[in-house]
Design a protein around this ligand. Structure first.
Ligand SMILES: C[S@@+](CC[C@H](N)C(=O)[O-])C[C@H]1O[C@@H](n2cnc3c(N)ncnc32)[C@H](O)[C@@H]1O
Length: 464
């Protein structure tokens, strides 16, 4: 018999790290340092944008008190909950960033350092598919993963860009109501999850991260509209990257003020004495792993003075599809969808067709990974619908959805064909219970499989 036990190995922390936090934390230091020998806290959020309101496989018996959508527990990627985008795996203390940001439907939101998408999917959970969420990631490979997670979550109001903050600032001057900077950091709060992260740590690392963070923050502020909010977070304990960066902002930007953050049991105030002593820094927030079930986070919320503008866009992105492309799309869309997206929001990117968010700014000269929902691909004289369209809509939005059993779902995600009865030939969305899972093309009772090869997996059933 094999026992699957999750062991936590004792961690070798750098001597300089131990010395630093012993000085900073005083009496609390032993408990803090000891917490690195425990296993990491795990959690997930449930996607409120899906018609299915509760996970079908994952238990939601252990809610995270400060998060509307969060639960403790690990996620299995090989489940219908995960494949359909109903759940997103996220370390519990990271969930408080999205809660603090809590954008409203209709707002313009920027997630500046967004991959792999934990905060983006959380922000979108509050936005009810309205307004605009620009989810940006500087690293191309990570931006692709971000786009996959955005698509799995089914986000219609979100575009994914792959830009540096310096480039982005020229496109969106004073544009956003909410800007989230979940900054690249020294990652001390990742040590338990990723033991290798310890190897990168040196005593100068936090200071070099802080320099990079200041540059990112300067760009972020150029994009923040008057009256808008900046949410800054890190998953590190280093004061250089946390309170000291906020002290720097307050000194250098007279139009910024700190907004208080609600603190739940176990959460700490920021430490003014770890920066320049400005008492307002106590309004920032710290989550420590020895005080809460989480890996640790720092969060600050700031407001830019001024009146919220009326949001007039000088130039919006116009549709660019040809008459032929429109015809090819409608041939399929009119059979599949109860209300296909208006033609004015169709955008062709090479052979791919996207549905743009409403009121999308002009995207010329930007590296865009995903300008909206990928509706499908133009093939020779025909259009093939794509998985992101299935995941962005709910079963009731489709004409003739096909209900599959769990055994058929397993075949689908493995890339196999399967049989259905009394289903008209042609394209259909496939649903397991109240979840859309993808498209299939039915030909004489056989469902041809169009689940993308890169996402396929096998469910192994234990033999008795
Ligand atoms: C802490 S991670 C973001 C995690 C993400 N917000 C989430 O919740 O899933 C920081 C991100 O910043 C990106 N990054 C690195 N250097 C950057 C820079 N100079 N400007 C902007 N982003 C940067 C990294 O590639 C990384 O994906």
């Amino acid at each position: 018999m094999l026992l699957n036990l999750e062991m936590s190995e004792s961690m070798q922390l750098p001597a300089a790290f131990i010395e630093k936090y012993t000085k900073l934390l005083g009496q609390q230091a032993p408990e803090f340092l000891e917490s690195f020998n425990e296993g990491p806290a795990k959690g997930f959020r449930v996607n409120p944008l899906k018609a299915q309101k509760q996970p079908l496989v994952h238990a939601i018996s252990d809610p995270v008190s400060y998060s509307e959508f969060g639960y403790y527990g690990s996620v299995s990627g090989k489940t219908v909950d995960h494949q359909s985008g109903l759940i997103y795996s996220q370390e519990p203390s990271a969930m408080y960033v999205g809660e603090v940001a809590h954008p409203k439907p209709g707002e313009r939101v920027l997630d500046l350092c967004a991959a792999p998408g934990g905060k983006t999917t959380h922000l979108a959970s509050f936005m009810a598919q309205e307004g605009l969420l620009v989810s940006n990631e500087i690293n191309r490979k990570r931006a692709d993963i971000l786009a996959e997670n955005v698509e799995r979550f089914g986000l219609k109001n979100t575009i994914v860009t792959n830009e540096s903050p310096e480039t982005l600032e020229h496109h969106f001057p004073e544009f956003f109501d909410v800007v989230v900077v979940d900054a690249p950091c020294s990652g001390e709060g990742m040590f338990r999850k990723d033991h290798e992260a310890v190897q990168y740590w040196t005593s100068d690392y936090p200071a070099s991260c802080a320099n990079r963070q200041k540059k990112i923050l300067a760009s972020a502020l150029k994009m923040l509209a008057p009256g808008g909010r900046l949410i800054y977070s890190t998953c590190t304990f280093a004061p250089e990257e946390d309170e000291q960066n906020i002290a720097w902002l307050l000194k250098n930007y007279a139009d910024l003020q700190i907004l208080p953050i609600k603190k739940y049991a176990g959460m700490d105030n920021g430490r003014p004495e770890w920066a320049d002593g400005n008492p307002q820094l106590a309004e920032t927030l710290r989550i420590f792993p020895h005080k809460m079930r989480g890996e640790g986070h720092f969060i600050a919320q700031l407001k830019k003075q001024g009146q919220v503008s009326t949001h007039k866009l000088s130039k919006t992105q116009k549709t660019n599809v040809t008459k032929q492309q429109k015809q090819d799309w409608h041939k399929i869309a009119d059979q599949l969808l109860i209300s296909p997206v208006p033609d004015s929001r169709l955008l062709a990117f090479g052979d791919y067709l996207y549905a743009m968010p409403v009121e999308l700014p002009n995207l010329d000269d930007l590296q865009v990974v995903r300008p909206g929902v990928n509706l499908g691909v133009f093939k020779k004289n025909r259009f093939e619908p794509a998985l992101p369209l299935a995941l962005a809509e709910q079963p009731q939005d489709f004409i003739d959805p096909v209900a599959v059993t769990i055994a058929q779902w397993e075949k689908y995600v493995h890339g196999d064909t399967f049989m259905v009865t009394e289903v008209k030939s042609g394209w259909h969305v496939l649903c397991y219970q109240n979840l859309t899972i993808g498209f299939g093309k039915v030909v004489n009772g056989v469902v041809k499989n169009f689940y993308p090869k890169k996402f396929r997996f096998e469910i192994k059933h234990d033999a008795f």
